[in-house]
Every structure is written in C-alpha cells, then in structure tokens.
Ligand binder design. Structure first.
Ligand code: NPW
Ligand code: ADP
Length: 495
C-alpha cells in the first residue's frame, strides 16, 4: 500500500503553500530538502534529462531537482509550461540558465513539432506538470504535448501523478513518486488499467496530516483495519446459533438458483448462525439437497416470510431473483416490514430503480452492492463517467440516498456518503460468475452478526478479495465456490 489516505491531486499545491505559510518555513529550504530526497529517484545512468515543469508547487519541486542535478553536472533541458511561475521556480530557473541548462517556454502548438527530436536525445523525462487545462485551447495543447511525450517511449518519472489531459491521454510514466498522500486519480479505472501500485512511491514531504486532514477524500483499507473491526466481536464458548445472527435471503429463480445457493453458502461460511432462503416455489425443495444447513421456503409463502422478516438480523434481496412483478412485490414487502439492515444486490438494484420512493421511507441501514453496469443503470450515468470518478460518484450516491454503497470492481469503493474507503484486495482471477453473489452473502452474514453496517461492508469486501488473492497465488481463475470454501481460513487469519 502506498499510503492510507487519498486526496485530490489538484489540492497538493494548496496544501504545500498552506503548510509553508502556517509554519513560516523558509520555502527555498523546503524545496531543496525535498529535492534531496527526490534525486534518489533519478537513475545514475541518466546523463541527459528533460524536465517538464509548470507554475504549480509540483513544478517548483521539478525545478529544485533540476537545480541539484545541474550541480551534479547533468545535461538538462527544461520545458516550462506556465504563464506565471512560483517565486522559487523563477529563482531556480535563473540559476539553471546561468549554468547553461536549456530552458524553453512551451506555449505554442508549433513548438511541439520539434519537441520529439529534442526529447529523443535524452535519457529520462521528468514530468513535473500538475496544472490541468482549463480552456479548450489549453486542453488541445496539453493533449498534443502528452502524445508527443508518449511517442518517445523514454523512461519517465512522474512527480505526484502522471499528467493527463483526459482519461485517454495520460503520460505513460514508468515510475511515479507521489507527494503527501495517494491521489484520487489513482482510483479511476483508466489509471488502474495503465499503472500498477508497484510503480508508485510516496514522499510525505514531512507535511503532517494536520495540514491535509480536511482534504482527505477516501482511505485505502488495510489488514489492520479489518482485524480491528473483526475483533470488536468476541464470541463466547456458551454462545448459541442465534448469537451469530439470522440472515434472511430472498434470491434465485429458474436458471439462477445458483446465485441464491452461493449467497446462502457464503453467509454460512462467514459464520452466520442461521440462513433462511426464500426462492422460486419450484426450487425451494431442491435447496436442502445441495445445502442442508440452509432453511428453504417458497417466496410465495408470505405468512412465513413475514415472520422471518421480523426475526431476521439481516436481509439480503436480489441475487438471481429475476426482474419480475413478483420480485418487486417482495422488495416492497421487505422495505415496508424490515427492522434490520437490508442488502440490495443484483436484480433488486434494477427493481428498486423502478420504485425510487422506497428509498425515502426506510429507517434501517441499507447497503447497495452494484457493479459498474448496475450502477450506471440505476443512476443513468455513463460507464465512462463512473470509471473516471469512482470516489465522487460513490460518495454522492450514498449521500443522496442515505445508503451504504459498495461500487464493485477492481478496488471496490465503499462509502456511506461521509467516509469513503477503497479496497485493496481482489484481482481479475475473480472475474467469474457468481462472485458478486458470494460477496452479498458475506455482507449478509457480517451484518447479521451485528457488526455496524459500514464496517460489515468494508470487512466483507476485504475478506472476499483476500480469499480471491490467496486462491489466485496458485490459479489463474478462481471460482465463486472456491472463494466460499476459503472464507473460514481467511476469516480466522484476519481475526
Ligand atoms: N449461477 C448463477 O445463478 C448466477 C446468477 N447471476 C445472477 O444473474 C443476474 C444478472 O446478473 P449480471 O450481473 O450477470 O447481469 P446484469 O446486471 O444484467 O449485467 C449485464 C451486463 O453488465 C455488465 N457487467 C456485468 N458484470 C459487470 C461488472 N462486474 N462490472 C461492470 N460491468 C458488468 C456487462 O456488460 P458489458 O460491460 O459487457 O457491456 C453485462 O453484459 C443477477 O441476478 C445475478 O445475481 C450471476 O451472478 C451469475 C451467476
Ligand atoms: N478484476 C477484478 N478485480 C477485483 N475484483 C473483481 C474483479 N472482477 C470482479 N471482481 C469482484 O467480483 C465480484 C463480481 O461481482 P458481480 O459482477 O456482481 O458478479 P456476479 O453477478 O456474477 O455475481 C465483485 O465483488 C468484484 O469486486
């Protein structure tokens, strides 16, 4: 993990400025001290180095590193993209100019034609750009600049984050050193596809958390967080099954009874005391043949269902349920009568979209677990919009509907609208049918065991991914049932 906290990349300059002003730190000394650390990221073998800097504080860090490198007799070319520079950058550039570094002001598209040839002669690119384009002209300029830089295919060190024009046009950095904390752009799907966490190092710049705590957008979940959550519940040798909670699951249909079984089995393996499954009338009798621990009923048995709704300590609705009027009626019944946390997954997410008034009436915790496609269907947002702003869209949705949202995928985002978490477990070997049904079953168990809903969701998402990571050490593909069987061991390990 690179850092626990995630901040917006556009806040870094302000945080540095505020820190320098508040602490009355001498800014030149600050940048030079930071540059002394940063210089260790420059390979010894790179003799000719191209810098791209701008008017941001990141640009100043670039200029400070260039200044130190010029004293080490490196050959430097600096391209400066800015209408105004910080005082410190101006001062560093003045010295660099005196020391015969090549400095070019980069403000004209025509200059880009010759840029490729100039950069190609060097051994390393340092991307110290951080000011995102504000106008269409700037955007077009930056886009072309990035394309030229990427075409050279040189080793590229990015300061803070690889500079980007949009999701498709990002500097293809080979190394990233990020400042203060991790950056929000790192959680976007395009970035996650382009860069691995291994390529990212962090330098705190010795700025204490106090100076950015109000800018924290999200935090990565780590193993210690999960252990702390799990340890909140200690079980006694005299406990009976009701102490471990009763999960009520409404799931499955003709052709998708598997989803219901996966959720039910996952709930049991996650330590739930009892699981009651309500499913399609033709399938209810088949459930015990596969899993005798699960109590199964037809979802048309409304009298029994109403009793179980009152007895349940968590209710999961949706996996494989089907998008039918019957399912919608069940959803309405649950929302009307529940007194415990509800997990809304899969088809129930699609159905609830048709009855949004349900989301204005509940008084118990509600947990939504959409994948990106289900989330797009619900919100009307484009998949691209979701992929580019995963933290923002998850937080805003959770806040708007007063629910806990787990936006699934690589690095699942979990938010209650106030605090947002980014999961650090799970991998593409888990991209197989029924994997989300298993997660829903784990969350049903954790909430049934009376963990607070947000903490139950975080712990479940982490545990689910940890099972997948463990299994994928020896396998390229991981099945949903394999994850279920791994749950008890991983759970014990995390305790
Ligand atoms: N054994 C069983 O009984 C099983 C039963 N199941 C049950 O089936 C029901 C339907 O669930 P479902 O998610 O497959 O279909 P649905 O919501 O219509 O989405 C379809 C489109 O969404 C997309 N997409 C899909 N996943 C995505 C992702 N992770 N992240 C992003 N996008 C994703 C993809 O579109 P694409 O990206 O290819 O354009 C795809 O074409 C549900 O009740 C479930 O519980 C399944 O769990 C399987 C095992
Ligand atoms: N590439 C991936 N990296 C990490 N986790 C993944 C990846 N692909 C899928 N998963 C996880 O697997 C689960 C898939 O859920 P979902 O798409 O609802 O599956 P299904 O509908 O088949 O049950 C989610 O928890 C998701 O986070």
């Amino acid at each position: 993990m690179i850092s626990m906290y995630i901040i917006d990349e556009q806040n870094v300059s302000g945080i540095i400025e505020n820190y320098l002003t508040t602490t009355k730190t001498d800014s030149t000394s600050f940048y030079l001290k930071a540059a002394e650390h940063l210089i260790s990221y420059i390979p010894e073998s790179a003799q000719r180095i191209t810098f791209f800097i701008d008017g941001s504080q990141i640009g100043t860090l670039g200029a400070a590193v260039a200044y130190l490198l010029s004293r080490a007799n490196k050959d430097l070319i600096l391209f400066v993209r800015a209408s105004s520079l910080t005082e410190e950058t101006e001062a560093f550039l003045q010295i660099l100019e005196e020391q015969k570094a090549h400095i070019y002001l980069l403000n004209n598209v025509n200059q880009l034609q010759d840029l490729h040839a100039v950069i190609a002669e060097t051994h390393l690119i340092v991307d110290a750009l951080a000011t995102l384009p504000k106008t269409q002209d700037e955007f077009l300029f930056v886009k072309q600049l990035i394309q030229v830089i990427n075409r050279v295919q040189l080793e590229t060190l990015a300061f803070d984050f690889p500079f980007y024009a949009n999701d498709e046009t990002i500097i293809t950095a080979t190394n990233i050193v990020t400042f203060i904390a991790a950056k929000k752009c790192f959680t976007n799907t395009h970035f996650l596809t382009a860069f691995g966490q291994d390529e990212i190092s962090i330098e705190s710049l010795d700025i204490p958390e106090l100076y950015y705590q109000d800018k924290i957008e999200a935090q990565y979940i780590d193993q210690d967080d999960i252990s702390d959550i799990l340890k909140q519940k200690q079980w006694s040798i005299t406990d009976h099954k009701y102490k471990f909670g009763h999960a009520l699951i409404i799931a499955g249909n003709v052709g998708t009874i598997g989803a219901a079984l996966l959720a039910g089995e996952a709930a049991l393996k996650s330590g739930c005391g009892l699981v009651s499954l309500y499913t399609h009338p033709e399938l209810a009798n088949l459930v015990p043949l596969r899993n005798p621990e699960i109590m199964s009923h037809a979802y048309t048995d409304i009298n029994n269902l109403q009793v179980d709704i009152k007895r349940a300590s968590s209710i999961l609705i949706g996996p494989g349920l089907g998008i039918t009027n019957q399912s919608l009626a069940l959803l309405e019944l649950i929302f009307a009568q529940a007194t415990c946390p509800i997990i809304v997954d899969a088809d129930a997410l699609t159905l609830i979209h048709k009855q949004p008034q349900l989301l204005t009436t509940f008084s118990y915790p509600v947990i939504f677990t959409p994948h990106a496609h289900e989330f797009a269907r619900f919100t009307g947002l484009e998949i691209d919009e979701i992929s580019s702003h995963r933290i923002d869209v998850a937080r805003e949705f959770a806040k708007k509907y007063n629910v806990i949202l787990a936006l699934k995928g690589y690095q699942t985002i979990i938010s209650d609208g106030i605090t947002t978490y980014v999961n650090t477990t799970g991998n593409a070997a888990m991209a197989s049918a029924g994997m989300g049904d298993v997660l829903a079953g784990i969350i049903a168990a954790m909430t049934a065991k009376q963990y607070a809903s947000l903490e139950a969701t975080i712990a479940s998402v982490y545990l689910h991914g940890a099972c997948g990571d463990w299994l994928s050490i020896e396998k390229d593909r991981v099945l949903a049932t394999e994850v279920i069987n791994e749950i008890p061991d991983r759970l014990q390990f995390l305790y």
